[in-house]
Design a protein around this ligand. Structure first.
Ligand code: ASP
Length: 368
């Protein structure tokens, strides 16, 4: 596929690759993922699992709900035992709305709580990258009026979602790297490296696990050493690395029926310096519009290829419930890649992941 294909071209291409789908159990009547196996956007084999038989999803929830609502996730792969922080974040977002804050500010407040929890890969708990030193983070937000703002590979801030919120009030949509970091500091955010004991422990554990995997199958997906571009030296004991991710996010619906979504991540740890995931890419990690809000977590490269949040949003806008839309998207994602989604629409909420995933929800009232 041409690398110069723009987002409009990509959407057209996805539409051209659409396939009809018949009435599966508990999933949308149309597929969330529009690609056929020979679609030129396809860079890897499609999953064998059909939407008629989505298979067991380890994380699957959702229901009708009225009034103000906030749903959060703590990243795909995060065990449900760690849901208490996600529940606290959802309650913070709901409380903000009960105090009159709009959905956007509530979703920011929810994600700040998640960023401040060192157990999750964002803000204080953000992944330490391959060099055992660098922390680069992405964050984004979107309101249902189309307002979008993001920071990419930002360093030395405690709450990247606050930096994204500052970008929203600037002339820009996306700021990256050293410029984003300086902009955040000039705007009043503290200059702090958000390294935590939890992130250090995760780095050590992951190194051991990945070394064991490498020794077991003897293969490398990518020659990390050859393309080493970190400012710091290659750790002497590094043998091989694989994906290690997670992200945190919040979706919210306020009293006026407005929607918003926020995301923040320490990114995947097994990446080159400067790698950007799905979170700050428009339409990929999150999306919000008049019909609802969607936020994702998982393998960023695949989420970008699928323009996943926007694709799921379009399903919701076409009348499919948030619950059904996220369930189908998780079921259809390549099985060897982790994904999780949360969504709210006018009638309710949905959560789905093809791995375990800690999430939280705070609801003003059940639907009539
Ligand atoms: N989506 C994130 C990224 O690719 C990581 C994750 O959610 O696991 O940066």
């Amino acid at each position: 596929m041409s690398r110069s294909l723009g987002s409009a071209g990509l959407l057209l291409l996805l539409a051209a690759c659409a396939t009809p789908h018949d009435d599966p159990f508990d999933v949308p009547t149309r597929p969330v993922v529009y690609k056929t196996p020979d679609c030129p956007t396809q860079r890897r084999p499609r999953p064998t699992r059909s939407l008629d038989d989505p298979g067991p999803l380890p994380t699957r929830a959702g229901a009708p709900a009225a009034g103000r609502i906030a749903v959060t996730h703590a990243g795909v792969g995060t065990p449900p035992e760690l849901s208490d922080g996600a529940e606290r974040a959802a309650k913070t977002a709901l409380d903000a709305m009960l105090e009159g804050q709009p959905a956007l500010e509530a979703a920011v407040a929810g994600t700040i709580v998640l960023e401040d929890d060192p157990r999750y890969n964002a803000g204080t708990g953000a992944n330490i990258r391959l060099d055992n030193a660098t922390i680069q983070m992405d964050a984004s937000l979107m309101n249902d009026d189309g307002a979008f703002a993001a920071v990419a590979v930002i360093e030395r801030v405690k709450n990247p979602i606050r930096a994204a919120r500052l970008v929203l009030d600037s002339p820009h949509v996306l700021m990256a790297g050293a410029g984003a970091t300086r902009f955040a500091h000039l705007s009043g955010l503290e200059d702090v490296v958000p390294v935590s004991a939890e992130a250090k422990a995760k780095y050590d554990a992951r190194l051991e696990r990945l070394k064991a995997v490498y020794e077991a199958d003897g293969s490398l997906e990518f020659d990390w050493k050859k393309y080493w571009n970190f400012p710091n030296a290659l750790p002497a004991d590094m043998e091989a690395w694989r994906h290690g991710g997670d992200t945190v996010g919040t979706v919210a619906r306020d009293a006026e029926g407005r929607f918003a979504a926020t995301l923040s991540t320490g990114g995947t740890s097994v990446t080159l310096y400067g790698r950007v995931g799905d979170v700050p890419v428009y339409g990929a990690g999150l999306y919000a519009g008049p019909a609802g809000a969607v936020a994702c977590t998982g393998k960023g490269e695949e989420i970008i290829r699928q323009a996943l949040a926007r694709t799921v949003y379009e399903q919701i806008a076409s009348g499919i419930s948030a619950r059904e839309a996220v369930h189908a998207a998780a079921a259809e994602f390549p099985e060897d890649a982790a994904v999780g989604l949360i969504a709210v629409d006018r009638a309710g909420w949905g959560v789905a992941a093809n791995r375990e995933m800690a999430y939280g929800k705070a609801i003003e009232s059940s639907a009539p």
